[in-house]
Write a protein that binds this ligand. Sequence first.
Ligand SMILES: [Zn+2]
Length: 153
Amino acid sequence: MKHMTYDNWLQYVNDELDEETRNHYENHLYSCDDCLELYLQAVEANEFQLPELTTSFTDSVMQQVQGMVKGEKDTSKAVTQNKFRKQTITHYILAAAMTLILMSTGVFSQLMNVAGTIENNETKQPESFVHSFLNKKDSILDKFENNFKEGNQ
Ligand SMILES: [Zn+2]
């Protein structure tokens, strides 16, 4: 089998060969690693020789980069969604923990009593429920604080 020279492959890359020779070169390329190496060198050299080819190469790279950037944006969006989901779960856990704490300290049953009072008294403002809750919460906090102080003494 006759091998092609580097110049032959440059001609092939530059499309300077007739169709029959091209086919012959291509078939040879499939079965010869040495000529494949020369062919790749010729392709590489040809890219630097032709500015328009380099430009199109740069364009394709830029498109890939833009695609990657777009992909990154999508990824960050997914991350944000995951973060949001995580925060939501955290809120649920916090709410559950708060409910347990309120129940264990008896605030919950006191709140239920307050709610019942409001339901029975329609003229009462909704704010008073919040105020009652805050007052009770403060008094409980005071109790805790006093217990803590007493415990330290
Ligand atoms: Zn060869």
